[in-house]
Design a protein around this ligand. Sequence first.
Ligand SMILES: [Zn+2]
Length: 46
Amino acid sequence: MRLYRCAKCKERIRGDINTVGIQCTNCGTKMFYKERPNIKKDIKNE
Ligand SMILES: [Zn+2]
């Protein structure tokens, strides 16, 4: 699952960004950018 953020108000976008007509629910913009998830590779139970 990929995370996107609104390019304008930084609102998190939920859902499929490939859906035609998707808009930011906050400001209505249609521009988004992909959010880099902070992947923790070293998950250990110590
Ligand atoms: Zn927005």
